[in-house]
Design a protein around this ligand. Structure first.
Ligand code: PBG
Length: 326
């Protein structure tokens, strides 16, 4: 007789009702955020080849897509904009009639209940593709970038965004955004900070989707080294100190230990970004018949939840809504 006779569970473990009753981690669609790419350059939904099933949306098709997402039970979208005109200072990022500002107003008018969160970062709007302003030597300049990023956040909120999500990784941006929002009486708009964002190869397909590949160099000076976890905790602590309301670890799958460490140490709501590369790898393998897409996707998403994430940002969200109903 073993000390712990787990064999007693062999019969009931085959029963899905029993498994549900004792399961420690449960996915529910109410915890998902779905990213949306909105482009000024397309006139109809344009499929992104590196991300099967994901499209760039024109403003004209957005209301219908937003309604579909809300009907699936997904509570929030995360907006990324692709402007027609890019320049060194990313001026379309904070233009009153920029693509995202119009998209926010359009979604809020069509589906007011759907929470609209916006990505705050200059890389889709700058001609050089970096997340901030560049000096003559090609270095990203931290403090001048903060001014533009906070203007960007303010213009999103003025257009009706429910929450802003800075992903640029400049130092001090959460504090700068909090300050400008408060000054303009948006004291009730929270910030979801991409606090621990790693310089990751997993963003590859996204850069096609958002047309935001840096024209020179890489993002290693402002994004984190994949080998560090204590540094992630410091980044998180700094963002909380500056006023972050929700903290984030990104990517998710290769960083489950980071999610777990953050969960143990901090009690703010924690989001994890199941990024484009994590999504496209599953899609590609499934298209080849090598894996069972639903099974693998749900297993990965469950692991992110089990590691400690409250919120999962994922391109799988609409499919998860279906899968959970099957
Ligand atoms: C913008 C940004 C990126 C992602 C989200 N916001 C790309 C990057 O930093 O290169 C990646 C999301 C994904 O891969 O799904 N800075």
């Amino acid at each position: 007789m073993p000390a712990f006779p787990l064999t007693r569970l062999r019969r009931l473990r085959k029963n899905s009702l029993f498994r549900g009753m004792v399961s420690e981690t449960e996915l529910s669609i109410g915890h998902f955020i779905y990213p949306l790419f909105i482009s000024e350059e397309v006139t109809k939904p344009e499929a992104i080849s590196a991300m099967p099933g994901i499209s760039q949306w024109p403003l004209s098709a957005l209301a219908k897509e937003a309604a579909r997402i809300y009907k699936l039970g997904i509570p929030a979208v995360l907006l990324f904009g692709i402007p027609k005109k890019k320049d060194a200072l990313g001026t379309q990022a904070y233009a009153k009639n920029g693509i995202i500002q119009k998209a926010i107003r359009g979604i809020k008018k069509a589906v007011p209940e759907l929470l609209v969160i916006t990505d705050v970062c200059l890389c889709e709007y700058t001609s050089h593709g970096h997340c901030g302003v560049i000096d003559a030597k090609g270095y990203v300049q931290n403090d001048p970038s903060l001014t533009l990023l906070s203007q960007m956040a303010l213009s999103h909120v003025a257009s009706g965004a429910d929450m802003v999500a800075p992903s640029d990784m400049m130092d001090g941006r959460v504090g700068a955004i909090r300050k400008i929002l408060d000054k303009n009486n948006y004291t009730d708009i929270p910030i979801m900070a991409y606090s621990a964002k790693y310089a990751s190869g997993f963003y590859g397909p996204f850069r096609e989707a958002a047309q935001s590949t840096p024209q020179f160099g890489d993002r290693k000076s402002y994004q984190m080294d994949p080998s560090n976890v204590r540094e992630a905790l410091r980044e998180i602590e700094q963002d909380i100190f500056e006023g972050a309301d929700i903290i984030m670890v990104k990517p998710a799958l290769a960083y489950l230990d980071v999610i777990q460490r953050v969960r143990e140490k901090y009690d703010l709501p924690l989001a994890a970004y199941n990024v484009s590369g994590e999504f496209s790898m599953v899609k590609a393998a499934a298209q080849n018949g090598w894996i069972d897409e639903k099974r693998i996707a749900m297993e990965i998403l469950t692991s992110i939840k089990r590691a400690g994430a409250d919120i999962i940002i994922s391109y799988f969200a609409p499919q998860v809504a279906q899968w959970l109903r099957e």
